[in-house]
Design a protein around this ligand. Structure first.
Ligand code: IMP
Ligand code: MG
Length: 171
């Protein structure tokens, strides 16, 4: 495995994202919904960075599963029913790949009438997009390659790595 993004690079980018998100917030109250499992580490760093900007945060999570090995199965489950009516909502996702997960999630959540609905993703693979969707805030655009670490897995392995690595043939 080869390191693509170091701990330091990620830390700095998360701080920057928090600053911009905090500035853009109208109410300074965010209902943060993170997408399990992949976004758990990114979200925990992001909400602590947001707290430096006096943002009031409530937290919820949604479970989505779309990958088996390194192939997207297109299968998607919404396992938690969230109450977001009238709230300023921020979805926290690890990566936007084909875009199917985030599009379906947005479609489901918008029906619950939040005051606003934005998406922050740590990683974006625009070359892989199959549907028309994008993150409101993007940490890093990356090439079409499978990555692990900082929450992201390959068959449930490597989520704990503090950096992001590219998977290689030999892994
Ligand atoms: P999408 O629905 O194709 O956009 O896929 C999004 C989901 O697939 C993400 O939430 C990740 O869990 C997973 N995923 C996509 N690309 C990668 C990757 O390179 N490494 C690990 N997981 C990935
Ligand atoms: Mg995954």
């Amino acid at each position: 495995m080869k390191i693509l993004l170091s701990e330091e690079q990620i830390r700095e980018r998360v701080l920057d994202l928090a600053e911009v998100i905090a500035k853009d917030s109208n109410t300074k109250k965010l209902h943060v919904i993170f997408v399990l499992k992949g976004a758990f580490i990114f979200c925990s760093d992001l909400v602590r960075s947001l707290s430096r900007h006096q943002i009031d945060i409530t937290l919820d999570y949604i479970v989505a599963k779309s990958y088996v090995g390194t192939e997207s199965s297109g299968d998607f489950k919404l396992l938690v029913d969230v109450d977001i009516e009238g709230k300023e909502v921020l979805i926290v996702e690890d990566i936007i790949d084909t875009g199917k997960t985030i599009l379906r999630l947005k479609e489901k959540l918008i029906r619950k009438q939040p005051a606003s609905l934005k998406v922050v993703c740590l990683l974006d693979k625009p070359a892989r997009r199959e549907v028309d969707v994008s993150g409101d805030y993007v940490g890093f655009e990356i090439e079409d390659e499978f990555v692990v670490g900082y929450g992201l897995d390959c068959d449930e392995k490597y989520r704990y790595l503090p950096f992001i690595s590219k998977m290689e043939e030999s892994d």
